[in-house]
Design a protein around this ligand. Structure first.
Ligand code: ADP
Ligand code: MG
Length: 510
């Protein structure tokens, strides 16, 4: 056993370990204390501090002499005995006979500790519907132990991925979507404002062996992909709820137009119909809003125009139906929204999500929900729709409705955000799996810790020191907050295809 330290004091939440000289414990390291009778305790380092038997004034004096060239040295004081590092650790798991429980007692005083090894983690079994998120990480060391969450549970109970820009959120989502393509049978809608998931110009999801379960829509579709064209008739007034703010008078006008003209309500408004009890000015403001927000208008010749060619009065009747069908068939639908304005992206998402949400509500009433795949909605910058301010000023939108009620209908969000603090606590509490990547903003970290499923109050420094791709998975479905490293996607898919070849090789010998 390679001893790395020894327990010298502290309490349940803060066990103090003297580091063996030369070991260099790291923040986030997973350590193990072997106790009597196949019983062990897993600890995680939450802080590191210098300790010394030499008084501070003496240390300062000696270092001054050394710096000023007076030749003093600490050597005469047996430095490894008198100067050392004390690690603070918290007990995260008790493992007995291969079963893990939450630790309730302290390990024996002066017990020695060692690094956790793969063998110690055999209790981490692969769940049903295994969705791969990364490998167990001890500090910055990666163990050969894959971490999965049950995709069914995790997605229907919402996943939140908080981190500062550049810490690996998109990379993590790529790895997760790849793993979901492996699994199959999950209807995932990906609103992709950076057009980064399909892999138009590089290797990405389209290169998955089961890419027949991937559907791609873009307003500038490459050959073989689907054009994102939405017929005006697919849009209903409620799709705007909480996405585009209408005044009360405008709302009344919209509902009246829908009541009177049904599917043609938008075109009728654009054409300048008059509606009973609706002021001319209200209608002209609506026309202007449709123009500025959606980029749609009637030109001088009386023809309908859509500036980003997203909307049409003649084409695209089946787009929404096709997308819904793909989702219901358990496919991943990636929508390239990179050429759309933010509010249009949210509206497109709202049309699709609202439609599927209504369908799933019906399925539940008809007892058909069990046969349907779980639906997940991947959305970047989630506070755009889940933000407390947004909801307060514009009312609930379909995304926030799903965050509150989607679980009952097997529809969940996979929300990506830099700013957790903008999302109300009630919604955060509903997002039951959080994959926390690095964050240098102290206020964000405290919001993240406060809303996690495990007590992460000692993990402030850990979260601050997470490198790209390093994360902590905190979920109601895991007994402890699991430290992981998500592989770099480009390398992950290289390894994946090698593994596949190896597997095929093995099969050939059997
Ligand atoms: N798991 C990882 N391992 C190594 N490098 C990574 C990892 N995740 C991301 N990176 C690097 O960081 C860059 C930014 O990652 P990205 O996923 O786009 O961050 P975000 O979406 O959080 O802004 C990537 O281009 C990649 O070079
Ligand atoms: Mg990103």
């Amino acid at each position: 056993m390679d001893v790395v330290g020894q327990i010298i004091g502290g309490g349940v939440a803060r066990i103090l370990i003297r580091e063996k000289s030369g070991v260099k414990l790291e923040m986030g390291d997973l350590l193990l204390v072997d106790e009597t009778g196949d019983n062990s305790l897993i600890l995680q380092v939450t802080d590191l501090q210098y300790h010394s038997q030499v008084p501070q004034s003496m240390r300062e004096l000696i270092s001054g002499m050394k710096l000023e060239g007076l030749g003093a040295s600490l050597d005469f004081m047996e430095p490894e005995l008198r100067n050392y590092i004390v690690a603070q650790a918290k007990a995260i798991l008790q493992v007995k006979d291969g079963h893990s429980t939450i630790p309730k007692s302290l390990p024996d005083f002066f017990n020695s500790v060692r690094h956790v090894k793969e063998d110690d983690l055999k209790f981490l079994t692969k769940p049903d519907n295994p969705l791969y998120v990364g490998d167990v990480r001890s500090g910055s060391k990666i163990l050969d132990s894959k971490v999965y969450v049950n995709a069914r549970d995790a997605i229907s109970h919402h996943i939140l991925i908080p981190a500062t820009t550049g810490r690996g959120k998109s990379n993590l989502v790529k790895v997760m979507l790849w793993s979901l393509l492996d699994l199959g049978g999950f209807g995932i809608l990906v609103l992709d404002p950076h057009d980064e998931y399909y892999g138009r110009n590089e290797k990405c999801l389209k290169d998955h062996p089961q890419s027949e379960n991937l559907v791609y829509y873009s307003s500038e579709a490459p050959p073989g992909a689907n054009s994102l064209i939405i017929n005006l008739e697919s849009i209903k007034p409620h799709h705007f709820s909480g996405i585009v703010s209408f005044s009360e008078a405008q709302n009344d006008a919209v509902n009246l137009a829908y009541h009177k003209y049904g599917k043609n309500w938008i075109i009728k408004i654009l054409e300048g119909v008059s509606l009973p009890n609706v002021k001319e000015t209200t209608l002209s403001v609506l026309i202007r809003k449709f123009n500025t927000i959606l980029g749609i208008y009637i030109d001088d010749k009386g023809n309908f125009q859509s500036r980003n060619r997203l909307f049409s009065d003649t084409a695209g009747e089946s787009t929404i139906k096709d997308i819904i069908r793909s989702l219901e068939n358990g496919k991943i639908v990636v929508i390239d929204t990179s050429r759309l304005m933010g509010s249009v992206e949210l509206l497109v998402g709202s049309i699709i999500t609202g439609t599927i949400f209504n369908k799933y509500q019906r399925y539940k009433a008809e007892n058909l929900l069990r046969e349907k795949p779980v639906i997940g909605i991947v959305i970047e910058e989630a506070p755009r729709v889940l933000g407390g301010d947004v909801i307060a000023t514009q009312g609930h939108n379909v995304y926030s409705t799903i965050a509150r009620e989607g679980r009952k209908f097997n529809i969940g969000l996979i929300g990506i955000t830099q700013l957790v603090s903008l999302i109300p606590k009630t919604i955060l509490a509903n997002m039951n799996t959080k994959i926390i990547l690095g964050n240098e903003m102290a206020q964000e970290r405290s919001e993240i810790m406060a809303s996690a499923s495990q007590d992460l109050s000692d993990d402030n420094r850990n979260i601050a020191s997470l490198d790209k791709g390093e994360a902590i998975v905190s979920s109601i479905f895991t007994r402890f907050a699991v430290p992981i490293k998500t592989p770099f996607f480009d390398e992950f898919i290289e390894d994946y295809s090698n593994e596949e070849k190896e597997d095929k090789g093995k099969m050939a010998f059997i």
